[in-house]
Ligand binder design. Sequence first.
Ligand code: SF4
Ligand code: SF4
Length: 160
Amino acid sequence: MNHHPCLRCGACCATFRVSFHWSEAQPTNPDGPPEEMVVPLRRHELAMRGTDGPRPRCIALRGSIGVDGHCGIYPQRPSVCREVEPSWEFGRHSPQCDKGRIAHGLKPLTPEDWAMLPVQLPAAGAEYHLRPTAADTDLQTLPGGAPPGPQPPDDPTHAH
Ligand code: SF4
Ligand code: SF4
């Protein structure tokens, strides 16, 4: 593998409700998701259009899942999308990534999938969970420290 796995996946973009605070979106935040791509959800919250339903698929997802699926608004994607971890990119399992891939018939990533790629450091000191709701599960950020488990190597060759 010589491309980042997320560039030929997109499964998590078609598995969860992608919700976030309203202030993340345009026009309030010019660098956030376009206004026409979001819908009202709960009080103070928006969701990416297409993700609040029984068969979620984000309107911004381009390509085919598992082939060339990728985010069409990558620089403007909401915080929850920036923060979800692909399994084993940072030396640990990601329940959201595995759930998304399994839901679309893809094998969960393994440490071997990263063997040919540059090592990257975690971007944030937060823990990300599936949060059950009455209707579905959300891709959401919860406060807390990094989960226990193997840490990235001391001498990474690349960080983002
Ligand atoms: S399911 Fe995992 S590998 Fe696929 S796009 Fe999401 S984070 Fe990346
Ligand atoms: S905004 Fe982009 S990264 Fe986030 S769910 Fe939609 S397609 Fe995926």
